[in-house]
Design a protein around this ligand. Structure first.
Ligand SMILES: [Zn+2]
Length: 129
């Protein structure tokens, strides 16, 4: 699958797929799809809502996402901090990622739906870990 198609499939707002690496399953573990995301344009939103075009700095984050078929998916992206004149240095806000989260909102919502429909023990095998 080409990067454009995968970008459309993943539909991460503001980002596109730059690279995908597959890590084959190991004994007792599922395989991983490491999806490296790149920002479509330099826009960094402070928690107060102000938008900046220049980051204060960046850090690389690895975030769990919904699985792609049998592959556990990890999104790798550079998360920015902004130097907001009103708030100080703050980590940017992304609509699809809760603050300090290690997984996307849609994965968290998927887990919540499973846990409402069944016990945690029954839902656990369906949840990527
Ligand atoms: Zn701010």
């Amino acid at each position: 699958m080409d990067r454009e198609s995968l970008s459309r499939l993943l539909a991460i707002p503001g980002f596109f797929v730059r690279e995908v690496k597959f890590e084959p399953p190991t004994e007792g573990d599922r395989g991983f799809a490491w999806v490296v995301l790149e920002r479509e344009r330099p826009r960094y939103r402070c928690p107060c809502g102000r938008v900046f075009t220049q980051p204060y700095d960046h850090s690389t984050r690895a975030l769990r996402d919904l699985p792609l078929g049998p592959w556990l998916t990890v999104l790798v992206l550079r998360l920015a901090r902004v130097d907001c004149f009103a708030c100080g240095v703050k980590t940017e806000v992304l609509e699809w990622l809760a603050p300090h989260a290690r997984m996307t909102r849609r994965l968290a919502e998927s887990i919540a739906v499973l846990c409402r429909a069944m016990t945690v023990e029954d839902a656990a095998p369906s949840v990527p870990t």
